[in-house]
Design a protein around this ligand. Structure first.
Ligand code: 4AD
Length: 461
């Protein structure tokens, strides 16, 4: 007999049939000559109730000692449950204990634990309802991304993790070296290093994605990216996953359209396919979450130019104190971004045409030269979810922008070549995957939506 997964058993119960399930005990309750065991195998939020009768050979010696976290293989007949709380239950004819979990030392017990505490046991926290639900939603979003782009004839490309270019030009990179600390001295120690020059972990796959977009038309890359920025906030990680589509023959409008379509599609999929997990978040993590997500799917995002956003914020300052200043030329902070979508628009907002000084060299210079064809998608509860732009496709303008930003054009000659040979208007964006998972689950802290969060001073496991 094959093993069944609890999610499938509950979805299409094979009533009257013998089945085998593997899993971990969530609770055990004894009543008369029976024990009721809630079993989880991680395939769904819901558990399967297993009934063990006192007549089972290992009842006194083992079954009555089962506690939270013990691993068992249970087999028996699936029947309709006579009691409230569940539709079906497994009447066990055998429960084999595979792995014990000493209740004296096992850190997870039936009570609710704080997310801060769970972070200290990253190796055990996926076993909790909330973190298990996050993992399933994350996986559903991951699948949704590939499905969305495959349906639209995008080609997935794998961009490198180790790179010698600084895409964002912000210098927030982790160096990759094979040298010993004692060799890292002198004028240019990296000339003797593995790659013969300084290499780093990528902050974005964009520049390499552009190479492929200008050959294959529509591509996307989706992988881990790294930022050595000292931002200890609830929406920053040092290692996070970024989804980056890049499209040839596509301007800023086409870029914004795709971002909106993508976000709404992914939210819609989760609403449809992760109902139990979302209900858990709605109940215990973020009240009203499902309504908020439904609203995202129902209406178009609000569009606003940066200058207009600054005006709106300045106006708001008459009645409200922001922590950070608002002034044309300064970047928007999370509090400003959230204010725009939570208080002004009541839904996601796309802000465009930021000042050139606060955006990277590759963004296309607007007419007049003061702003660039940038777009940030801001969402309630988070702020910036997406950052993107139309790319500068004009060789001379790009060269000037590089020089202005202090980049050595020789190092980026390959990138400049793309503008020399068959250059076309093209655009793309980066979506922070963890911020998306945060948005969809309502989780307050980004450290809860990735298995093993890396942030300043912290890299458990
Ligand atoms: O706005 P960013 O820095 O854009 C880029 O890196 C572009 N090269 C992307 C592109 O156009 N292909 O980052 C894109 C998104 C942000 O909007 C945010 O959601 C996320 O990546 N992000 C982070 N997420 C978690 N932790 C961090 N430290 C993040 N930094 C950016």
């Amino acid at each position: 007999m094959n093993t069944s997964f609890i999610a499938e058993v509950l979805k299409k119960p094979p009533l009257g049939e013998d089945i085998i399930v593997n899993g971990w005990v969530r609770t055990r309750r004894d009543s008369g000559n029976l024990s009721f065991i809630e079993l989880s195998d991680g395939s769904s939020l819901a558990n399967l109730q297993v009934i063990a009768e006192a007549g089972l050979p290992n009842y006194d010696k083992e079954i009555k000692k089962l506690s939270v976290g013990c691993a068992v293989v249970a087999s028996g007949r699936l029947v309709a449950s006579p009691a409230k709380g569940q539709d079906v239950e497994l009447q066990a004819d055998s429960i084999e204990v595979v792995g014990w979990a000493d209740p004296e030392t096992y850190p997870l017990q039936k009570k609710r634990h704080s997310f801060e505490f769970l972070r200290t046991i990253a190796h055990l926290r996926p076993r909790t309802n909330a973190l298990g639900a996050v993992a399933r939603v994350r996986s559903a979003l991951n699948f949704g991304i590939h499905d969305f782009f495959t349906q639209r004839a995008f080609c997935q490309v794998h961009t490198p993790v180790i790179t010698t270019s600084d895409c964002e030009g912000a210098g927030e990179m982790f160096t990759v070296t094979a040298l010993e600390p004692s060799q890292l001295q002198g004028v240019d120690p990296y000339s003797k290093d593995f790659f013969g020059r300084r290499a780093s972990l990528t902050v974005s796959g964009q520049l390499q994605a552009e190479v492929y977009a200008l050959a294959l038309g529509r591509v996307y890359t989706f992988g881990p990216t790294f930022r050595a920025e000292n931002s200890n906030t609830s929406r920053h990680l040092a290692e996070f996953w970024m989804l980056e589509p890049e499209m040839a023959f596509c301007d800023l409008q086409c870029n914004m359209d795709l971002a909106q379509e993508l976000i709404r599609d992914l939210v819609g999929r989760v609403l449809q396919n992760c109902t139990d997990d979302l209900a858990l978040f709605d109940r215990f993590v973020a009240k009203g979450l499902i309504k908020k997500l439904e609203a995202v799917c129902a209406a178009d995002f609000v569009h606003m130019q940066y200058s207009e956003a600054v005006e709106v914020l300045k106006n708001a300052e008459k009645n409200k104190q922001f922590e950070y200043p608002v002034s044309w030329g300064l970047d928007l902070q999370a509090e400003h971004e959230r204010f725009l979508c939570e208080e002004i628009a009541g839904r996601p907002v796309i802000v465009t045409n930021y000042p050139r000084e606060i955006k990277p060299f590759y963004m296309r210079l607007d007419e007049g030269g003061e702003t660039v064809a940038a777009m940030d998608v801001l969402v309630p509860g988070i702020g910036e979810l997406v950052g993107g732009s139309q790319r500068e496709e004009r060789y001379d303008v790009l060269l000037a922008r590089m020089e202005e930003g202090g980049l050595d054009p020789d190092e980026y000659s390959w990138y400049l070549d793309l503008r020399k040979y068959g250059s076309v208007p093209h655009s793309g964006f980066g979506l922070g995957f963890e911020r998306l998972v945060q948005f969809v689950t309502g989780m307050n802290n980004i450290r809860e939506v990735i298995g093993f969060p890396r942030s300043p001073g912290s890299a458990p496991c």
